[in-house]
Write a protein that binds this ligand. Structure first.
Ligand code: ADP
Ligand code: MG
Ligand code: MG
Length: 254
């Protein structure tokens, strides 16, 4: 039984105006197979939480901890985090010129597993996942994210998720810019990963739309660098009706 625990996490970032505190005491526990939605207004620190879990060098944890099955994640390198079973789908995925989707996947799989995948079953798995995600075969030979549409970028991330089989995935606004068909395909992929591998998911979103296709076990409202309220799926319905206004009254988020 895997568990990802975030404990009293404080994070700051260096800006031109000096050090800025962004996360101000985040507490969150995600068990294997659970889907946690983090919702909140723009600028509340959602992406900062994702980047900190992923090990982005700009974000500095001042105190607190992130434990994956009891091991401190904050002291791990980015590679070690991936090998330990963490996966981050970024809000703005980067292009990797000269590296095809196939080569990227095989290299990443080899790095994470510590050995190259058996070629026959690997090719079969890649084909199956691409079919599941309704991706054209030619996609495999394109350079990662180069000229990808918004929907293609997101599908590519779910393809990685399906094949790399992490323990926990952080999906940062995976729903942004997707039309309904793409949103359904991406959501099905996430639900399959949960069902097949017991993936635990931290689903960061500004809108409730994706939660019609991926049902969260828990919903957390993120405001001004911390969790302001938590509940079940019904909390997402309330947010859809009421928005974030009532949370913003006492905060200084602009
Ligand atoms: P969200 O994802 O909820 O929209 P972010 O985590 O992106 O919020 O940002 C939270 C706050 O931290 C914002 O005020 C943002 O401008 C600031 N911030 C985040 N990253 C940086 C950075 N690298 N440099 C300066 N400010 C940043
Ligand atoms: Mg934002
Ligand atoms: Mg963000």
């Amino acid at each position: 039984m895997s568990v990802l625990e975030i404990k009293d996490l404080h994070v700051s970032v260096e800006t031109d105006q000096g050090t800025k505190q962004i996360l101000k005491g985040v507490n969150l526990t995600i068990n294997e197979g659970e889907i946690h939605a983090i919702m909140g207004p723009n600028g509340s620190g959602k992406s900062t939480l994702a980047y900190t879990i992923a090990g982005h060098p700009k974000y500095h944890a001042d105190s607190g901890s992130i434990l994956l099955d009891g091991e401190e994640v904050l002291t791990m390198t980015v590679d070690q985090r991936a090998r330990a079973g963490l996966f981050l789908a970024m809000q703005y995925p980067v292009e990797i010129p000269g590296v095809t989707v196939t080569n990227f996947l095989r290299t990443a799989k080899t790095a994470i597993d510590g050995e190259a995948p058996a070629i026959r079953s690997w090719i079969k798995d890649v084909r199956q996942s691409m079919t599941n995600l309704r991706m054209d075969k030619s996609f495999a030979e394109r350079n990662v994210n180069e000229g990808f549409s918004g929907g293609e970028k997101k599908r590519n991330e779910i393809l990685q998720l399906e094949l790399l089989k992490p323990k926990f995935a952080i999906l940062d606004e995976t729903d942004s810019g997707l039309d309904v068909d793409a949103l359904k395909i991406v959501s099905e992929g996430v639900n399959r990963a949960k069902a097949n591998t017991g993936l635990g998911i931290l689903l960061i979103t500004h809108y409730t739309r994706i939660l019609r296709y991926i049902e969260p076990d828990f919903v957390h409202v993120f405001v001004n660098g911390r969790i302001a309220e938590q509940g079940g799926p019904e909390l997402a319905d309330r947010l859809e009706d009421e928005g974030y206004d009532r949370f913003l009254v006492d905060s200084n988020v602009g």
